[in-house]
Design a protein around this ligand. Sequence first.
Ligand SMILES: [Zn+2]
Ligand SMILES: [Zn+2]
Length: 216
Amino acid sequence: MKPDFPTRSALVVSALRYRDESVLGYLLRLGELNGYSSLRIIKKLISDYTNTPLFIRPSIVSKSEVVAAIAKLANIDEGELMQSKWKTINSAAGRYFNVQGTSLPLDALMEERAQICPKCLEEHGYLREAWDLSGVTVCALHKIALIDICPDCKKPLSHARTPMTLCSHCKRDLRYIPTEQVSDQEVTLSEYFSALAPYRIKIADDGLSRSQWTQG
Ligand SMILES: [Zn+2]
Ligand SMILES: [Zn+2]
């Protein structure tokens, strides 16, 4: 018999969220732990609570009702998960999010494509929130450049991946793709972004700079 997926109840298998895990990554991981091989099911689980469609983007964490739904599904403390919420700020300068106390413009966030450290994914098996910041371009732990393009199909990595270890387009296992070493200087600069230090991210006009920043 085909099992129904639960409606408005906690998932059978839960897990605690890692301190630096992205909320979207946490949701994807919960789905995997419960054996859901389709994002359609994950979207339905959330929309049963929120009554609105769920878009698989890092900014789901800016919506209180989505964060509350994830807490209910995971059967964890809602107030604690809500502390990770990004507050949306609409200003004349455009759309900003308050991420852990720092205001970041929408284009400083990886909304349209994902980036990962293959080695972190292999060793730890979860998605770090810092990877959702476009100013973070290297993994300080492994001193390698983060990957945002699949080396096989050359398509940008999608956030909508299940399992999260595979390219959603060609199913290449992202844990074992070639990586590129970076300099200590690049690691240091990227750590400023990871820590969300009180600096304003300046995206270079040519889009090439890996780690340019200005004091806010
Ligand atoms: Zn890493
Ligand atoms: Zn691919």
